[in-house]
Ligand binder design. Structure first.
Ligand code: GLU
Length: 596
């Protein structure tokens, strides 16, 4: 109840932040951030409630805590906050473990791995919380409250209808210890409340001095009410606030990084630390994630659990981690592409204030960047990409690919260089197969070759393409094709770049040759891409030829030649006879590759 009212207050008025701090919120990063990186090893924790699965916001919280611990040589703990048993989702805890491990955020202490301050599941620590709550009763920082729900309800209604703010009148705070003990022993239902007169301000690592100084109004003298939060519920179980504070203290947590939605609760937690006479950890609240319209991320706008990214979208753990790290954290590197290991070396508390807009274009940019990194370094990630792409091809292709395409290679051997050559565009396996579908069919459907080049240039393109096919099997590789294409001199073929734009004229013959050759090469790449893949974007031409193999490349170039020849025949009927012989002559030396 109290937790909710604090949240509402924060959302409406942002009043937990002092005015001078609010004024400085417009600055994008904490100015003293560097000095805020702890000089001693930080013990951090991620404390999820198994009432749902890990989503983008909670992954980022876990990541920042993990990185702070790694950067400072400290420890990262996992604690399951399952005090709200009614809302616990069966299987959620197991999924949390799997998702964190998938993301690479292995905890040093916690469930499944143990540690010196366990158990790490709050439902197994009830007696610890009760003991601590009773300690607070004995030193007058807490009291048993026997008020019935009916009384509290009537009281709340009365205040609400009188337009008064909610609160508790501390009816039970004055009961003597003896009476309180006696009523409890007789079995009367009670909760334990913390006696709080002031909620202390605190120094947030991100937002600076934060909290709300309460000043007593005139009304307070006549009708004072209190926030006295409940620590132990009538069923004997602790509230989140008590369990969270007790555990952070007993588990020796030094730094708590959590979402700003918990910021209104922190003064109450500070009050609890004071009541116990414990030193609180340092708190840093990370900003809310919002969509491009400034709306809080929700299930409707993609703050969905990790399996959406991992299983449905095929996002790499490295990309999602990299993406999450950039949500509110700023760095001074030139590139935004980081592996988890790199982040562990460079993380600091330069965390942006104010809402963080989540732009998913960035996720896909990072995904392609990581695909290229995997392609360059090899390793298990690239094997996994090859496996996924191969299994999609196997399950979707109705053709027997072995003869025309694989040519003695296994599907994995065929797919691996394709992924390496087109990693720059890899989003996920499904999209990769669709984008590169021309590599997985022997019946390519080409639209007619579209060019504005004049017919003599087109015939020179055929000649150049055919020349590339003369490379023997033993030299059929990327390097040979690259050298052959770049050393092919197409300058003499170009009298004009297109029917409409004449070749640029210059007095310097060498310059003119270079310009013409460049124009020819551009057209040649365009032609070869059409001939080899039907014009689909994908790997470079030398790579495409190497992957398709000699037989299939020659086959496709021949088919393309036939297609343009029949187009040309169509056009020839409309052009003067005198230009026809030239084209015929060009192809005589090509033997089996010559047009029929
Ligand atoms: N159990 C809380 C949650 O689910 C943890 C809040 C905190 O980190 O203190 O988010």
């Amino acid at each position: 109840m109290i937790r909710r009212s604090y949240r509402g207050l924060f959302a409406r008025h942002n009043s937990w932040v002092c005015a001078s701090c609010r004024a400085s919120f417009s600055s994008s990063a904490a100015s003293t951030a560097k000095s805020k990186l702890p000089q001693t090893p930080a013990r951090t924790r991620f404390a999820p409630s198994p009432t749902g699965y890990l989503h983008l916001g909670s992954l980022r919280t876990a990541l920042f805590n993990y990185l702070l611990a790694r950067r400072t040589g400290g420890q990262f703990l996992l604690r399951i906050e399952d005090t709200d048993q009614k809302r616990t989702i069966p299987g959620a805890e197991q999924r949390l473990y799997e998702d964190l491990q998938w993301a690479g955020l292995q905890w040093d202490e916690g469930p499944t791995v143990g540690g010196p301050y366990g158990p790490y599941r709050q439902s197994e620590r009830t007696s610890i919380y009760r003991k601590h709550a009773h300690e607070l009763i004995s030193n007058d920082h807490a009291y048993r409250c026997f008020c019935t729900p009916e009384r509290l309800d009537t009281f709340a209604r009365h205040r609400s209808s009188a337009g008064l703010p909610p609160g508790y009148d501390r009816k039970c705070a004055d009961l003597s210890h003896a009476e309180s003990e006696e009523r409890a022993e007789k079995g009367e239902a009670y909760v334990i409340r913390l006696k709080v007169d002031d909620y202390p301000m605190f120094n947030d690592l991100v937002y600076g001095k934060t909290g709300q100084k309460r000043s007593n109004s005139k009304l307070d003298f006549i009708d004072r009410v209190y926030d006295d939060p409940i620590l132990i519920k009538s069923d004997g179980h602790p509230t989140y606030h008590l369990a969270n504070v007790v555990d952070d203290h007993l588990m020796k947590i030094t730094h708590v990084i959590r979402g700003t939605e918990w910021m209104p609760s922190t003064p109450m937690h500070m009050a609890l630390y004071n009541a116990f006479n414990w030193t609180p950890p340092s708190f840093g609240h990370v900003p809310l994630l919002v969509d491009k319209n400034g709306q809080k991320l929700s299930k409707r706008n993609a703050d969905i659990d990790l399996s959406f990214f991992k299983d449905k979208q095929g996002v790499f753990a490295a990309s999602l981690i990299n993406f999450s790290a950039l949500l509110g954290w700023s760095h001074s590197q030139k590139s935004d592409v980081f592996s988890l290991e790199e982040l562990e070396q460079m993380f600091n508390l330069k965390i942006t204030r104010g809402n963080t807009v989540v732009a998913f274009e960035k996720l896909w940019f990072l995904q392609k960047a990581h695909a290229q990194r995997f392609a360059a370094t090899g390793g298990p990630q690239i094997d996994e990409m090859v496996n996924k792409v191969s299994s999609i091809v196997e399950s979707t292709s109705s053709e027997d690919l072995s003869t025309p395409l694989l040519q003695g290679r296994t599907l994995h051997e065929y797919v691996a260089p394709l992924i390496k050559a087109d990693a720059k565009s890899y989003t996920n396996a499904e999209e990769f197969v669709a984008r590169n579908s021309s590599f997985f069919t022997s019946t390519l459907n080409r639209a007619p070759y579209e060019t504005s080049a004049e017919p003599s240039l087109v015939s020179a393109l055929h000649t150049a393409a055919a020349a590339l096919c003369l490379v023997p099997e033993s030299h059929w590789d990327v390097e040979s094709h690259r050298i052959n294409i770049s050393s092919y001199d197409g300058s003499s073929a170009v009298t004009s770049i297109s029917n409409t734009s004449p070749a640029p004229t210059t007095d310097d013959p060498e310059k003119a040759r270079v310009v013409a050759d460049k124009a020819f090469k551009k057209e040649l790449y365009h032609y070869l891409r059409w001939a080899l893949t039907g014009g689909a974007p994908g790997p470079g031409i030398p790579e495409t030829m190497a992957i398709l193999g000699r037989a299939e490349s020659i086959n496709r170039i021949q088919q393309a030649r036939k297609l343009t020849a029949s187009n040309a025949a169509e056009k020839r009927r409309r052009v003067p006879r005198s230009t026809q012989g030239e084209e015929e002559r060009d192809f005589k030396w090509m033997g089996s590759l010559a047009p029929q």
